[in-house]
Ligand binder design. Structure first.
Ligand code: NAD
Length: 259
């Protein structure tokens, strides 16, 4: 028996680095999984690999009609949703605010922030029909502090925190919990491949060496926290923020010899 038997889980960006890890783990724990995203080849391949209890749907999180169709397809296959994970996200090419163009700003906000807003809007009625539900928004440690050269991304992730808390207040009485996870730097294409409009991946200039846990995070580090938060074990947690960053937000851990 799995923790997610008879529950349907929709993960946006479900074929991406972290998304695929989440999908596999929910599926292994008994869930019906919906791999929702714009990467159709990888989404379909993952659904084929998992077989029964897995569905791929094309979803552009910035498009309200695309959201309605994705939730409808999920319901047709698996019934009302139990869990929504707003995981899809993109990074802006590194640039100071003064040289960041308006189109870049709008694109990052549209995917990272408006995408999560539209997701909550589209999924809430389905979660309500289910009788109870959980939403997790994947924000970032960049939504807790500032990061030079990444204003659109940082602003989008700060805003997702406010959206999370407001949704938790609005939906709590309907037995729907809403929380946020703040990953640190996780080894996925997000950091190993250049962002659209950029030549340099973040992994070329980031080092985990100064931090308390001096390694990159793995998708599984986030998946384990996500499964806890979306399970009944976290039944009293809502509107909260969970930092999974190996100590990044703590700042550098001085070595004994240097202290
Ligand atoms: N990797 C990190 O270091 C890191 C750190 C903190 C937060 N995050 C966040 O974690 C989440 C997952 O990122 P990841 O590391 O798996 O990166 P990733 O690039 O592997 O996955 C991102 C996914 O989002 C999808 N996506 C992009 N635009 C979309 C759209 N318009 N509609 C639907 N899907 C879309 C992509 O196709 C991809 O599958 C993102 O929200 C990201 O901001 C990542």
């Amino acid at each position: 028996m799995g923790r997610f038997d008879h529950r349907s889980v929709l993960v946006t960006g479900g074929a991406g680095g972290q998304g695929a890890s989440h999908i596999r783990a929910f599926h292994a724990e008994g869930a019906d999984v919906v791999i929702a995203g714009i990467n159709e080849d990888r989404g379909r391949a993952l659904a084929d690999e998992l077989g029964a209890r897995a569905l791929h749907v094309r979803l552009d999180v910035t498009d309200e009609n695309s959201w309605s169709a994705a939730v409808q397809a999920s319901e047709e296959h698996f019934g009302p949703l139990s869990v929504l994970v707003n995981n899809a996200g993109v990074q802006n090419p590194a640039a100071p605010i003064e040289t960041t163009d308006r189109r870049t700003w709008d694109r990052i906000l549209a995917i990272n922030l408006t995408g999560a807003f539209l997701g909550i809007k589209a999924a809430a009625p389905s979660l309500r029909r289910n009788g109870r539900g959980v939403i997790v928004n994947i924000a970032s440690t960049s939504g807790v502090g500032g990061t030079a050269m990444y204003a659109p991304y940082v602003a989008s992730k700060w805003a997702v925190r406010g959206l999370t808390k407001t949704a938790a207040l609005e939906l709590g009485r309907d037995h729907i919990r809403v929380n946020a996870i703040h990953p640190g730097v996780i080894a996925t294409p997000f950091i190993t491949e250049p962002a659209a409009g950029s030549d340099t991946p973040i992994s070329d200039f980031y080092s985990a060496e100064p931090f308390a846990i001096p390694r990159l995070g793995e998708p599984a580090d986030i998946t384990r926290a996500l499964l806890f938060l979306t399970s009944d074990e976290a039944s009293f947690a809502t509107g909260s923020e969970f930092v999974i960053d190996g100590g990044l937000l703590l700042g550098p851990a001085l070595k004994h010899e240097a202290a």
